[in-house]
Design a protein around this ligand. Structure first.
Ligand SMILES: [Zn+2]
Ligand SMILES: [Zn+2]
Length: 115
């Protein structure tokens, strides 16, 4: 099991998304793998597609920790009392782009079913 790096949901498999984490850039100059669940990945992908219509705000990215221009992504955090707890995370362009690429790669993947 692994936990989604955005909403924290535990799933057997997550979608690998490579992001450049500024504070680990010396150790991981090519970026680090984070894991996003299907919903978070899809939401980030949609925000990336609409980015030109959104106005970013400055802050610290919730995924890679870079202080830069951020865009809001609506996600749902699993909650024991409410089922899901909708919230908004702030992601930088780099993380949105990486998520979008991962989503497109996933969509183009031939369906591999294990029997
Ligand atoms: Zn998630
Ligand atoms: Zn980021």
């Amino acid at each position: 099991m692994a936990d989604c790096d955005l909403c924290g949901v535990s799933l057997p498999t997550l979608n690998p998304v490579k992001v450049l984490v500024e504070r680990f850039a010396s150790a991981y100059p090519k970026g680090m793998w984070t894991g996003l669940c299907d919903d978070c990945l899809k939401n980030a992908h949609e925000v990336y597609g609409n980015m030109s219509t959104l106005s970013g705000s400055n802050g610290e990215c919730d995924l890679c920790g870079t202080t830069t221009e951020l865009y809001p992504v609506g996600i749902e955090i699993p909650s024991f009392s409410k089922g899901v707890d909708p919230t908004v995370v702030q992601l930088c362009k780099g993380c949105l782009e990486a998520s979008s690429k991962a989503q497109i790669r996933k969509a183009n993947e031939p369906k591999s079913e294990h029997h």
